[in-house]
Write a protein that binds this ligand. Structure first.
Ligand SMILES: NC(=O)C1=CN([C@@H]2O[C@H](COP(=O)(O)OP(=O)(O)OC[C@H]3O[C@@H](n4cnc5c(N)ncnc54)[C@H](O)[C@@H]3O)[C@@H](O)[C@H]2O)C=CC1
Ligand SMILES: O=C(O)[C@H]1O[C@H](OP(=O)(O)OP(=O)(O)OC[C@H]2O[C@@H](n3ccc(=O)[nH]c3=O)[C@H](O)[C@@H]2O)[C@H](O)[C@@H](O)[C@@H]1O
Length: 357
């Protein structure tokens, strides 16, 4: 029986270990962390994090819970030291070979592995910053970023994925990995390369600022004392993870002009990164009496909302700012909303109000 010790079973470690436990009956997984309650939750019916499919994996493991139930605080690394003679990459390869075809398990030298991870995330983030940069140009010219992205993505050399314009990418990975890449470039005397990758983050920051400016300039150049409902706080749909979410910067920008903010996200969350906001558990409650609505996460639920009901309960004129292009702007304009959708032809109301970031 091989034993794998996971230090810090949370967003990455938890699901990874759950899959290893499921796929590798001969391996015992041990969780080690600083929060007893959080570790205990991994052995309970209410998992500490939300991710589609994770409950099913956990359910399948029920019969073999003892394999992942060990709770320890503190850990001895003596056993790890004794394993040194064996190449770690070979041991890991054997673990993954339980369910991944061997020709799909790549082994490289240490720096290639490190840079592959960083470069993959940097390339993905770069695609989003590229399409977001084009979204600003679409608004200035009258093009529709969804049409442009679709046409561009038809070229099989480019492909259609990761070309959705947004209020900006978030999450704990993209920015961290790019900054890591930038740091390694600088340490290796490559300032031009470092500068190149920094621009991906700069455009991401620009996009968030541009969105806030659109909101403020549309609403008579101030949101002071106005209620703004935020629909979606997670950094992407189908997760309860709010780390480095674009919504934090948008809320901070609006709070800077003294807006009154009411947040609704389908997943329970407490936005510790932003103070003086109200959190509600219902989209209709969050938008009741609001002057404006900002959609900041692409949850499917937001496509199905009764926007006529929302409109009827809002202050007039009622503004809706879609940072994820989840609603049909024309349908909402028919209801009476003044609508801004990232990278889409501008509402007549907004045309003369350029959002200078
Ligand atoms: N979030 C992601 O998708 C990715 C994360 N990573 C890296 O993986 C690592 C974990 O990431 P996440 O799971 O997202 O972080 P997380 O913050 O969700 O989880 C960290 C876990 O470590 C525990 N912990 C913290 N200090 C500890 C200590 N001194 N002793 C024992 N346990 C401790 C915490 O209680 C928590 O359960 C980080 O180093 C992160 O940079 C790498 C790639 C992607
Ligand atoms: O380093 C990691 O562990 C992971 O980081 C990212 O995954 P993640 O950050 O969880 O989420 P993504 O789906 O990549 O989304 C990142 C951000 O980009 C945004 N996004 C994504 C796609 C798109 O077209 N437009 C867009 O704005 C998302 O809404 C989100 O805010 C990578 O996609 C994974 O391959 C990688 O394993």
């Amino acid at each position: 029986m091989v034993k794998i010790c996971c230090l810090g079973p949370s967003n990455v470690g938890g699901p990874t270990m759950a899959v290893i436990a499921l796929k590798c009956p001969a391996i015992e997984v041990v969780f080690v962390g600083i929060s007893v309650a959080r570790i205990a939750a991994w052995s309970s019916n209410v998992l500490p994090i939300y991710e589609p499919g994770l409950d099913d994996v956990s359910f399948s493991l029920k019969g073999q819970r003892s394999k992942i139930s060990s709770i320890q605080i503190g850990c001895s690394l003596v056993d790890v030291k004794h394993q040194r003679a064996r190449k770690p990459s070979r041991t890991l390869k054997e673990v993954y070979a339980n369910w991944v075809p061997e020709d799909r398990i790549l082994t490289t030298n240490l720096w290639s592995a490190e840079l592959s991870k960083l470069a993959a995330n940097a390339f993905l983030a770069q695609r989003i910053s590229s399409v977001n940069a084009i979204s600003a140009l679409c608004e200035a010219t009258g093009a529709d970023v969804a049409e442009v992205a679709y046409a561009v993505g038809k070229d099989t050399r480019i492909g259609p994925k990761f070309l959705n314009a947004s209020v900006g990418f978030g999450g704990s990975c993209f920015q961290k990995d790019i900054l890591n890449l930038v740091y390694i470039c600088e340490c290796n005397g490559l300032p031009e390369v470092a500068h190149y990758w920094k621009q991906v983050i700069k455009i991401n920051d620009y996009q968030k600022t541009r969105f806030v400016n659109r909101v403020v300039s549309s609403m008579f150049n101030t949101v002071s004392g106005k209620k703004i409902a935020i629909l979606g706080f997670a950094f992407k749909k189908d997760t309860g993870d709010t780390r480095e979410t674009a919504a934090i910067d948008v809320c901070k920008g609006l709070l800077g002009d003294k807006a009154s903010i009411s947040i609704y996200d389908p997943q329970p969350m407490s936005p510790t990164a932003v103070k003086q906001v109200t959190v509600t558990w219902d989209a209709y409650e969050a938008t009741r009496g609001a002057h404006g609505v900002c959609i900041l996460t692409e949850w499917d639920e937001f496509k199905q909302l009764d926007y006529k009901k929302i409109y009827d309960n809002m202050q007039k004129p009622a503004f809706l700012f879609d940072g994820r292009n989840v609603v049909d702007p024309e349908k909402l304009r028919e209801i009476g909303f003044i609508v801004y959708s990232i990278g889409k032809p501008l509402d007549a109301w907004l045309k003369d109000m350029p959002a200078v970031a």
